[in-house]
Design a protein around this ligand. Structure first.
Ligand SMILES: [Zn+2]
Length: 482
């Protein structure tokens, strides 16, 4: 890297990126980043004291300004002063996706209601504020969750969530030795409308050092163009949906373009877990450090893998709990992740059910950060299956069975269907070397791991239909539907 490039990185990281974000009402990005770098090493008691203080303020604010919470707290007979310890937050019932869909307006601070029509009429993409939003009367931005597994959730924010996400991403890159201003290629949810030379994308490249590339529904010419753009920009960080990064890696391995002049130093995947076979794929193609972000559009980034492999929670901005349901069969399993946004936002999420399974635990991580971690992160509740004798099967079990090791050589595609009667139906697109002995081998493996009370039947097909969203559904769970 030349001296001038270094100066350019410093200017982008410390001036143009934070300043332009400020004008978009994503305030304090750099300040928050510097705070986060300190607080991640605070003693756990100090972090929890901070969370408790923020939670009490939040209850006071939401109870006064958001009609949904006014009613909810009243129903629960809860006053802000009743929150004395972090255990007391359990007095508030968890918030469901359905409630957010049905009561979007009531969840919003009433003072922002006059801004709703302006946010709804915006022709910008979800989460994109109007230019110079900081100086406008109506700062509200409409956003939607991705809805890859269900109906999307609409919500409003004022830039605070995005600003926090930026600061958190700066910290994450810092964990891997990269400073603000580092060049990054971002593979995002744009495809057909992708214009590599549009004004916005050029501004992001110059002022933020972000090369925006399409990350969904790509064909070989799209990938070829992306590779050219990447080689020209030489980003050190590759950022994108897990599916986009693995898609790019598969293309590079197959088409074998000349990559001698470029290699990333860090790959950041998000929006879906990074399974072992995907990690191995990215390593073999990019030969670089990897991390994964767990988060959602509604509450922002929740947790991040550190270089030592722990999934550290963003404890400064969120309160993350793991709640077991009352189902006796689930008693000794990790519960569902519940998240509260602690900082002031016009539409607070208080005890929001994420629909993911995991366990909040002390870190004790070799990296030295005191932030709590999520252990046994098992994926979406809808994809977790309980056998008739109460064993819990996570998606990872199938990934290991079919995507790693020798079965990955015999199977082209697969899909697991959990039936209502708690039996399992396997759809398999076999490769030519799949033999009756292969099936017997898989059966032995399943009997050992799923117990023998779970009936399993095999169906051999030539093709597996995609979900209406275009996503490949590896797991279909009919067992938990009413
Ligand atoms: Zn760590």
């Amino acid at each position: 890297m030349t001296f001038l490039e270094h100066v350019n990185d410093l200017v982008v990281g410390n001036i143009t990126f934070p300043f332009t974000n400020y004008t978009m009402n994503r305030r304090g990005v750099l300040r928050h980043y510097h705070e986060l770098r300190k607080s991640e090493r605070y003693p756990q008691e100090q972090l929890q004291e901070m969370q408790l203080r923020k939670f009490r303020e939040l209850v006071k604010y939401a109870g006064k300004q958001c009609p949904f919470y006014t009613a909810r707290f009243k129903e629960a007979g809860l006053l802000p002063e009743d929150i004395r310890t972090l255990e007391d937050v359990k007095k508030i019932p968890p918030l469901t996706r359905k409630e957010v869909m049905d009561h979007c307006r009531e969840l919003l601070d009433t003072r922002f209601w006059p801004s709703i029509p302006f946010a709804d009429q915006s022709t910008r993409g979800p989460g994109q504020p109007a230019s110079f939003a900081r100086f406008r009367k109506h700062k509200l931005v409409k956003n939607t969750s991705s809805g890859s597994t269900g109906a999307p959730v609409t919500f409003y924010e004022d830039g605070a969530i995005t600003g926090r996400n930026w600061a958190l991403e700066l910290r994450l890159k810092d964990w891997f030795g990269h400073k603000p201003g580092v060049r990054e290629a971002r593979l995002v949810r744009i495809s057909t409308d992708y214009l590599p030379n549009s004004k916005t994308l050029l501004a992001r490249k110059r002022l933020w050092h972000q090369l925006i590339l399409p990350g969904v529904n790509l064909t070989d010419p799209d990938y070829a163009l992306s590779v050219e753009k990447i080689k020209e920009f030489r980003p050190k960080v590759l950022w994108g949906f897990t599916s986009a990064l693995t898609g790019l890696a598969v293309y590079i391995r197959r088409a074998n373009p000349d990559m001698a002049s470029w290699r990333p130093e860090l790959a950041i995947s998000w929006a879906a877990p990074l399974y072992e076979h995907e990690k191995a794929l990215l390593s073999s193609v990019f030969h670089c450090a990897q991390t994964n972000i767990y988060g959602s559009r509604e509450v922002g980034h929740i947790a991040f893998f550190c270089p030592e492999g722990s999934l550290h929670i963003n404890q400064e901005d969120l309160l993350v709990e793991s709640q077991r349901d009352n189902d006796a069969s689930a008693a000794d399993h990790p519960g569902e992740i519940i998240v509260t946004t602690l900082d002031r936002s016009p539409m607070p999420f208080i005890r929001y059910r994420m629909g993911d399974i995991g366990e909040v635990a002390p870190g004790n991580c070799a990296c030295g950060r005191s932030l709590l971690v999520i252990k046994n992160f098992l994926g979406r509740t809808g994809e977790v299956f309980y056998t008739r004798d109460g064993r819990m099967i996570s998606p990872n079990f199938w990934m290991r069975t079919f995507m790693v090791g020798r079965q990955s050589q015999t199977i082209e595609r697969w899909q697991v269907v959990y039936r209502k009667d708690r039996s399992i139906h396997l759809r398999i697109v076999p490769r030519p070397n799949f033999t009756p002995e292969t099936e017997a081998d898989i059966r032995r493996h399943l009997e050992k791991n799923l117990s023998t009370v779970t009936p399993v039947d095999f169906e051999y097909v030539s093709k597996i239909e995609k979900h209406s969203s275009g996503k490949e559904m590896l797991i279909i769970n009919e067992s938990n539907q009413p």
